[in-house]
Design a binder for this molecule. Sequence first.
Ligand code: G6P
Ligand code: ZN
Length: 540
Amino acid sequence: MIRAVTTTPYLDQKPGTSGLRKKVRVFQQPNYAENFIQSVFDVIEHERAGATLVIGGDGRFLNREVIQVAIRMAAAAGFARVVVGQGGILSTPAASNLIRKRGALGGLILSASHNPGGPTEDFGIKYNVSNGGPAPENITDAIYARTKVIDTWYAADTPDIDLDTLGEVQVAGMTVEVVDPVADYAELMETLFDFDAIRASKLTMAFDAMSAVTGPYATEILERRLGFAPGTVRNGTPLPDFGGHHPDPNLVHARALYDTMMGEGAPDFGAASDGDGDRNLIIGRGRFVTPSDSLAMLAANAHLAPGYAGGLKGIARSMPTSAAADRVAAELGIPAYETPTGWKFFGNLLDAGMATICGEESAGTGSDHVREKDGLWAVLLWLNILAATGKSVDELAREHWARFGRNYYARHDYEGVDSSAADTLMRDLRGKLATLPGTMIGALTIAQADDFAYTDPTDSSTSANQGVRILFEGGSRVVFRLSGTGTSGATLRVYLERYEPATGDLDANTGKMLADIVAAADELAGIRLHTGRSEPDVVT
Ligand code: G6P
Ligand code: ZN
């Protein structure tokens, strides 16, 4: 029996940088999740009959409830099969892999990524398409348009299924297959990396799963398959509220790992991942590696791992990510692409075979093995490189900078800023861009100033207003952007970068090296003036 439920639209269901993210209490309103899921299904109305849908999430509060709803709605929508992770668990990269491996039409990933979880925190729903990647903008726009007019949602009138028992069950004529969330993913990793070499290296490591989804993946792969000591994985059990922690693997929220790696007796390698397992933090003994540098260093050494032994086709990075990877691409003689923020922009380049490795300053790195960024993948590629070279993270970093120069980099976040003040700041900045080239701020000369716009080389689609770039002579720059993933107020992100050539000062303090660019950023954008803040809330 299919139930048709009359509903009225919610007008705030516009997907952001990565799906629909709201406070849990917003999702708990009557019909809220159902309206959004039905809008997704309505947009794919002509393809869904007989198709497979993957469903899973990062285990946060509401995960199981919304999965049960989505299963009943998928049955009503005519899907032939739903593949769901046991316990409702699938990391975002594992979901991407399953969509591809099963030839699914798409997937629903339930997560608010690195945002906190729990009854008073965040939840999210994201639709991924058949290549395994986040739905492109034409689809998310169509979903949003649908949410504004939706009047009915449909669900099979069936009880909850048992999400904890592996195997198949029927829901109103649709097959639901509960799968091991880790097995296919771990198998894929074994095809890309030299597990024997990593095991033989006897490296030591600490991995902080931040009580989020990567716990079971890291325990299986690092401790069971690669033989790292029990206890290597910390906070390895996914909890609905992530143990009250903020599962964002940066120097603020993964401070405990940072302290371990900088302290006496640190292991060789430290890493962490976020709520849904797509982000990574890399810290060698005594050496933090910025995400932008990690992308460049992984790209320069990827050929040491079996999955990339044939070389890279190209490297892509989001615009606010430092240009360190561009220098590697130039030396390898392969193209470098600069895309707007958001992993979805890499999908076309990967599908077209134009790029192999992609990365973002927001702690995302990945490759063409799936269509999402992949935290554990980055960890394993680092481990493979360490095992193959016998060098430490610190040595690899120093050698890299001595060869390519160093892009000193930091991001300053001003969180919970009044939205209209943030909009005014950006508008004022955009208004004066044309006058800036050629002017000087302190000792810095502005070479170029623009609002980043992107034309996708594969389908010529365009995305405008993707962030203000002020480029200085000599390769330094500052970028201003408003976050697209927050759930309250506005977050202003200021991305600071200074290029120091290989002959320059390669081991200086990042804050010191960026001080004049920080001052220039405030002078250009009037950050204090508009936000009333004199310091950023988070520096990463
Ligand atoms: C999500 C996306 C990333 C993107 C990030 C930007 O995590 O998956 O691809 O880099 O959002 O977040 P922001 O808050 O800066 O819009
Ligand atoms: Zn994430």
